[in-house]
Design a protein around this ligand. Structure first.
Ligand code: DAH
Length: 339
């Protein structure tokens, strides 16, 4: 048996020494040291030996096993190193080769305008508020002093989910939500998508974006509203922009107004963008109606406020010279990457 072990040792040592790759080496490991390997078989055959011989042979087998283990490990290291060297020799990277071009996207024009308006109002101490697009009719209409028979509530104009739930037709419901949740002083703007049952054409879309503004505090008056909007118009549309107010009606403000800005393309002389008028209609605004304050838990004897709301698409179109609103929603990358 001793000779048998010596033979195994000799054969395996030569085979390992001559072995040329990792896979063959691991096969050899199985062949000699594995569960059914040659050395293991020797151990199994020890039953035939005399009790005196057993420990001798046993420890011999273990010794050979340890030796082989070490030789295999060494060989493995050596083979791995050789493999690496070969790889380094054959694979070379040309660091001067031009890289693949990475094309960067750009922000959508609507997002750009929203970001810009947010920056302006954040600079004036406003916070950004948010509200759901699937809104309770009570927030979209009732709390905003818009009674059940008001034409804006007609199914011709508004998308109803149920009798009580609508796709918000304006960002104004966020006013009501904020007033219910926060105590004055309140100074927020809220940008977001709104929905109306309009057919698609160059100036209409069933989904578009608005930015709402709300300020509630003690002694807020129409002059604060005018000053704020004038400042905003100059920052957003250019220092020379003039603003004018025309009386109007909204259920949630009293008095209400619409504000126009002098055309920031022609400076007021008249051009295609302002349809030769010199003015562009910008937004709706007014002093928050006392009923709205009451509906939202604010005492109109103590507090007053102003609100305004405007469409983002209209500003984006005028600012970027886009003549068809559909382009803003088709999301053709060739169009969008111009901005
Ligand atoms: N929600 C109005 C609309 O969609 C715009 C508006 C007008 C908002 C006056 C206001 C406001 O906050 O005070 O036409």
């Amino acid at each position: 048996m001793k000779e048998e072990i010596a033979k195994i040792k000799e054969n395996s040592t030569t085979e390992i020494a001559n072995c040329g790759d990792i896979k063959a080496l691991s096969d050899l490991k199985v062949k000699y040291l594995g569960k059914k390997g040659e050395l293991t078989l020797v151990l199994r055959g020890m039953g035939k030996l005399s009790p005196e011989e057993r420990p001798v042979i046993g420890s011999l087998v273990n010794q050979v096993r340890d030796e082989l283990d070490i030789i295999i490990q060494k060989k493995e290291k050596e083979l791995k190193r050789q493999e690496l060297l070969k790889k380094l020799e054959t694979e070379n990277i040309d660091v001067t080769e031009p890289s693949k071009k990475i094309t960067l996207g750009s922000l959508h024009p609507i997002t750009q305008i929203i970001n810009e308006v947010e920056e302006i109002f954040l600079g004036m101490g406003y916070k950004i508020a948010d509200g759901p697009e699937v809104e309770k009719a009570i927030y979209n209409f009732d709390k905003l002093n818009t009674p059940p028979d008001h034409p804006a509530r007609d199914i011709q104009d508004t998308f109803y989910i149920t009798d009580d739930i609508v796709l918000r037709s304006q960002t104004s419901p966020v006013q009501a939500r904020v007033m219910e949740e926060q105590k004055p002083p309140i100074k927020i703007i809220c940008p977001g998508a709104v929905y109306r049952s309009d057919s698609v054409d160059a100036t209409h879309s069933p989904v578009f974006h608005q930015i709402e503004g709300l300020v509630i505090d003690k002694n807020i008056s129409m002059t604060d509203l005018k000053g704020t909007l004038e400042m905003f118009a100059k920052k957003c549309l250019g220092e020379n922009t003039k603003i004018r107010f025309r009386p109007h009606h909204f259920p949630f403000t009293e008095p209400s107004a619409e504000a126009d800005v002098s055309c920031f393309v022609c400076g007021g002389k008249g051009c295609r963008v302002c349809k030769q008028e010199g003015w562009i209609e910008l937004l709706g605004c007014g002093m928050v109606h006392p009923n709205v304050l009451k509906n939202c838990g604010i005492n109109p004897e103590e507090y007053s406020g102003f609100a305004f709301g405007f469409g983002v698409e209209r500003i984006a179109m005028a600012k970027f010279g886009i003549e068809d609103m559909r382009l803003l929603f088709e999301n053709d990358a060739r169009f969008l990457k111009q901005f």
